[in-house]
Design a protein around this ligand. Sequence first.
Ligand SMILES: *Cc1c(COP(=O)(O)O)cnc(C)c1O
Length: 513
Amino acid sequence: MKFTDTRTGKPTDLAFSDVVVKGIAPTKGLFVPTELPPITHDELLALAELPYWQQAATIYRLFGVDFDDEQIDTIMQQAYGEQWDDEQVAPITTLDGNTHVLELYRGPTSAFKDMALQCMPLFLSASLEKLRAAGLHDNDLLMLVATSGDTGKAALDGFADRVHTNIIVFYPEEGVSDLQKAQMTTQTGDNVAVFGVRGNFDDCQNAVKATFADDQFNQWLDHDPDLALSSANSINWGRLMPQIVYYLSATARLMRDGKLGEGQLLDVAVPTGNFGNILAAWYAKQMGAPIGRLICASNSNNVLTDFIKTGTYDIAERPFFETPSPSMDILISSNLERLLYHLAGAEKTVAWMTDLKEKGAFTVDEATLETLQSEFWAGWRSDDESLDQIRRSWKKHHYLVDPHTAVGIDVAADAAGDNPVLVVSTAHWSKFAPSVLRALTKTSFSDPLPEPYVDHSDFEALDDVVALAPDASPVPESIDALRGSEVRFDKVIDATPTDIEDAVRSWVLTRKN
Ligand SMILES: *Cc1c(COP(=O)(O)O)cnc(C)c1O
C-alpha cells in the first residue's frame, strides 16, 4: 500500500506504518492511498460470514498494510474483542423495511470514535516498534489532545497502557457535560493524564496548538525525556481505515440478510462533523461496495450543507453555534481535503485550501461540483428539529437515539428515494441524556425543563429518561459505573501555552522519577 500527499499529488514511498506515525505530510497535506484495492461482490459476501475482527483483518490485508498476517490478526482480535457490548461490534437495527441503523456506539466509551480508536493506537504502537527495530525512531510519542468531549475519552481509552505512547487530554471546563467530564477524569492507566482548562473549547485548542508550535519546548521533550509530540487526530489515515471496514461489513451483512437486493444500492446517511465518517463511506463505495448516495447531515453549523448545494465553502462570516450535537459543531471539516484531492487533483486542492486560509472561503469549479453532487446529498436540522426526531423515533419505532443520530435520521427521511437507507448512529443516547429528556418531555431549548426535572444533573437526567422510557436500550455499564468511580485528575489550569507546557513538564518529570 502506497500513499500520495494531497498537496503534491505525487506518490511517496511511505508505508502504512510510516503514515500512521507521521499523521500529516511535511507539506501539511494529508496522506491518501495512491490506489484503492477493489473488492468483488463475492469477497464482500464472504466477509459477512466472519466475526468482525476477521472482517477488519481481511480488509487491512486487502489494502496490503505492512504487517504480517499474524500481527494483523492479533491486533484486530484485541481491538474488536470483549470490550464491545455486542458480538457483532457494530450491529444493525432495522427501523422499517427500508431504514436501517448502523450502531457504532457499542464500544467502551459509547461513541463512534471507539471504532477507530480501539484499533489505531495498537497499529501506532506496532509501527513505532517496527521503526525502532530498524533504528529509524527512538522517541516515545506524547499525544496532546484538546477535546470538546467524545474524542478525549475515546483517545484516552484507546491509548491507555499502549507501549511507546502517552496521552494528555485537555478539556474546556465550561465546554463539556458532567458526564463527559467524569468519563475523562476517572480514566485509568499509567501513561495518561487529564487537565481541565479554564475557558471554552477554542481557548483550549489554541493553547494546545501553540504548544505544538513551540520549538524550544519540543527540543526539551526530545532531548531530555525522549518524547515527540503527536496529535493522533481524525486526519490520521490510521483512523480512517477502521471506518472503511464497517461500511464494507454493513453492506455485506445487509446483502446476506436479503435487505439489500441483487443490483440494489444502499444510500448512507451520516451525522457529519470533520467529514471523516462519511468519507470512509465514499472510499468503501469506490472500492466497489454497492453504495448509492452519501447523505451528509449537519446541525446549524451547516457549512457542509451549503458547500454541497452550491460549491462554495464559506466560513468567513459564519457564526459558530453550540448545539445539542456538539461533536458536529465544526466549521473546518479537515477530511474534506481528501475528497477534493480525489475529485479535482492536487493543484486545485492547494489553491482552494489557500483561499480557505487567506479568505475564509473557496469555490470549486463546475465540473467538480457536478461530480460532488452526483455522489453527495446534504441537509441540516435545527436544535429543536433534532429533538422532534428523537421523540418521533421513540414513538414510532420505540427506538431511542442521541441528538447526533437524530439529525442523521431526519435528514435521511428528507432525502429518501427508492434505495434502502443506512443511517449511521454515532453515540448512545445516555451520553446526551439532558437533551433526550427535553425531547421526551417536549421541552424546546428556549424553555426551562418543567418540574420535577428543572436543575437536574446529567446523572439525574439519565435516571429521568430511564423512568420515562424504561424499555429503551439500557444505559451502558461503563456510563452507569461513572457515578462511583474515583476521580484521578482534578487539576484545572489556565488556557495559555505556558500553563499547558508547565502541566506537561511536571507530568513528564513525575513519571520519569
Ligand atoms: C465525531 C462525531 C461525529 C462526527 O464525525 P466526523 O467523522 O467528524 O464527521 C458525529 N457524532 C458523534 C457522536 C461524534 O462523536
